[in-house]
Design a protein around this ligand. Sequence first.
Ligand code: GDP
Length: 442
Amino acid sequence: MFDALKERLDGVFGKLKGKGKLTEGDVQEALREVRRALLEADVNYKVVKGLVENIRRRAMERSVLDSITPGQQVVAVVYEELMDLMGSEPKPLTISPKPPTLMMMVGLQGGGKTTSTVKLAKRLSKGHKPLVVACDLRRPAAVDQLRVLAESAGVGFYGPEKGESDVLNVIDGALRYARDRLMDVILFDTAGRLTVDDEMMAELDAMKARIAPHEILLVVDAMTGQEAVSVSEAFHSRMDLTGVVLSKVDGDARGGAALAVLATTGVPIKFAGVGEGIDALEVFDAKRMAERIMGMGDVVGLVEKIEQATSEEDVKRLSSSLKKNKLDFNDLLAQFEQIEKMGPLDKVMEMIPGADKIKELKDGEMDPRRIARMKAIIQSMTPEERRSPAVIKGSRRRRIAQGSGTTVQMVNQLLKQQSQMNDLWKKMGKGKGRKKFQMPKL
Ligand code: GDP
């Protein structure tokens, strides 16, 4: 998601940052492009208008235009406004102090409701004993789908008795079932339709009255863009939603829904579905999303991964290499070791700011064997060579290739890669991205 938007904004910001001095005209022009990029990302025009107006007001302040780094300040304003638009703090689920906590999952057919119900239950099974309940009496296939998914996720399942025609009986049965088994969170997977229709809404109303849920979560498909936003409005006006689960953000959705749901409906997006697998559900984090859009890479996610994967000593070494102004082979070696611990590599590489711009890092070339080879090459270098790669000329290259059991071509490639990363590093040192990448938490 956000790929096209990110690319467009990269272009706008590149121009802005390149200027030492900004006039009001420069900002106006940049904002026109930001506006166009957002509309292309399928964000509702009213939301775009409000957002661009806020950015304009803040960016035109003299303190911004007269600052030493006006371009970066404008970029920072855009980042903050995008983050605010999506909700600055993640909104946690309500867990009732008096169990059971009751949640209704609502949404249109095909939106990802059943999958998201099980994903959420699985997530809650750390610390809770959840039950998922199939409430779609018209589509037996939907009941089976929930049963199968629940079994594979290892969460409790309750479905209608054969021939049951009243969904309120299913609710009562599920409540008894959960009480007898001390299950403390109950997720009701309600029946969806292809469009918002009165019959569905009437059924949901009746269910809501019987359940008195703590959470009513609407699952909408991010791929449907503005449509997802109008579906959210329709459900919210009738049901008072407590949150949205935005599914399929892993696809090539343009991102409009993520940006506009909160602004349009006032309902926070609480979770994002990021794949078909049962674990592919993330807490929706506006800060992380804004960083993704701004092309800073998923730095927060990377920091978390690093924290999970590294010892105290590793962290110190990494953070001191991040503070230096150049990246030598010692840093690269340390980072390869880090990366090996963090696994799956393609996911990690996606998160490193700028990594998508380095051709050698694309196309699955960062596989474990390749990393092992690159490590061997670095380990065959002398300490001086690792510190000052520029001294590695012809005969040294041959020696290193021999020592590492690789070829001169591979050594050349790694040298080129190090030099590209070093350039990128220096560039980031001048921009806001670098500040972000210094990882204040470390
Ligand atoms: P429902 O009709 O609303 O219950 O929708 P389902 O849960 O059956 O999902 C419809 C399809 O979307 C299924 O093929 C799911 O595997 C797929 N799906 C659901 N959530 C996601 C997601 O976050 N990412 C991707 N890629 N696919 C998803």
